[in-house]
Write a protein that binds this ligand. Structure first.
Ligand code: BDR
Ligand code: CA
Length: 357
């Protein structure tokens, strides 16, 4: 656990999405988190619907003050494929939320990311819970982005396990593999570093400092964060209501009710495809790791993204045996303390729901 008590300033890039919405609630519930802005990427649903869901969830959490920006409506080089079977037609399962009333930012997500990183060099953590379209556009615009950020934390890829979209590919990378390839290379050690700095001849200065390697959480670890009905019941008890959000006085806790309705859809999906009645909550684990990297153990490794395979487009090809001889460009999570994370999720989001009461 970090000893630094200042809240971690985060830009959250998401494609809200059921598990994205849980990550947003976790962020708003966390006193160690400063939400700088939320940038929306097309993915689970259209970019416009992501903007709607993101604002509706932030309003549910009482955070109308957070800046929410839209990005590009399609992946960099491919048509958008959405996932209504996983997240429901609007991305929030069976849940109903009032239409968002807080305004969208006038800023374009890639511009916002670059502007905030320049404004607070070395301070911000960017956590991505979605295809990497916005980040690729941001780093194409500002090649120094990897050095301007404190760290990038990515939910995406599958480094030592099978995929969830095609046999070897994970959804976020599968949707926009070109963007993932750009980002994984741009945040690598050699790119953008002046040769004299890379060779150790010149000291690392502002623009020459090697970027901190991104932490990447693939399915290998995010599938250990399994939410089952017992977790929801514990969270509801923490909030002082039943698992469907009913309080002793008959009124409704709206956060618990939202979770129950969204997760029922997500759990039905997992029971059909993954053999258990529960849900992988990939994105909240990534968000929690951005706040507290001690939740995962990582291995530094070289990763590239397959862009032209017949069966494998979007595969995160990982050089575990170092046959490429390339320097590592990602810290890939190989273990996660899922129990500690689940306990924190229940305590924090249950506490947020209790305060709403
Ligand atoms: C990722 O895909 C999306 O459907 C989820 O929100 C998560 O970000 C998991 O593969
Ligand atoms: Ca997501």
């Amino acid at each position: 656990m970090s000893t630094d008590t200042r809240p971690t300033p985060l830009i959250i890039d998401c494609d809200t999405g059921i598990d994205d919405s849980l990550a947003l609630l976790y962020a708003t519930a966390s006193t160690d988190c400063e939400i700088v802005a939320v940038t929306c990427t097309a993915g689970n649903v259209s970019a416009e619907q992501v903007g709607e869901n993101t604002r509706a969830v932030l309003e549910l959490a009482g955070r109308r003050d957070v800046e929410v920006a839209l990005g590009r409506a399609t992946p960099l080089a491919r048509n958008l494929v959405t996932t209504p079977e996983t997240h429901g037609p609007r991305g929030i399962g069976y849940a109903e939320l009032p239409a968002a009333s807080m305004p969208l930012s006038t800023r374009y997500s890639p511009d916002l990311i670059v502007a905030e990183a320049r404004r607070r060099p070395g301070e911000l953590t960017l956590v991505t819970l979605a295809p990497l379209t916005n980040v690729a556009l941001a780093v194409l615009r500002e090649p120094e982005l990897p050095r301007l950020l404190r760290r990038l934390v990515v939910m995406g890829g599958s480094y030592r396990s099978s995929g969830n979209t095609a046999p070897t590919t994970e959804w976020n990378v599968n949707v926009d593999p070109e963007s993932a390839a750009i980002v994984f290379r741009a945040f690598g050690p050699e790119v953008g570093v002046a040769p004299a700095v890379a060779s150790g001849v010149a000291p690392a200065v502002a623009s020459g400092v090697a970027p901190t390697r991104p932490i990447a959480l693939g399915l290998d670890v995010t599938e250990r964060a399994r939410m089952v009905p017992g977790h929801l019941a514990a969270l509801a008890a923490r909030a002082g209501c039943t698992a469907d959000g009913t309080r002793p006085d008959g009124s409704t806790n709206r956060i618990v009710r939202y979770l129950a309705d969204a997760l029922r859809f997500y759990m039905e999906f997992h029971s059909r495809y993954d053999g258990f009645f529960g849900a992988f909550i990939h994105d909240p684990l990534a968000l929690a790791t951005a706040l507290d990297p001690s939740l995962v153990r990582t291995a530094a490794v070289a990763v590239d993204v397959e862009l032209s395979g017949r069966l494998t487009v979007g595969e995160t090809v990982t050089d575990w045996r170092r046959v490429w001889g390339r320097p590592a460009n990602l810290d890939v999570a190989v273990e996660a303390d899922a129990d500690r994370f689940m306990a924190q999720f229940i305590e924090r989001v249950g506490g947020l729901a209790a305060r709403q009461g």
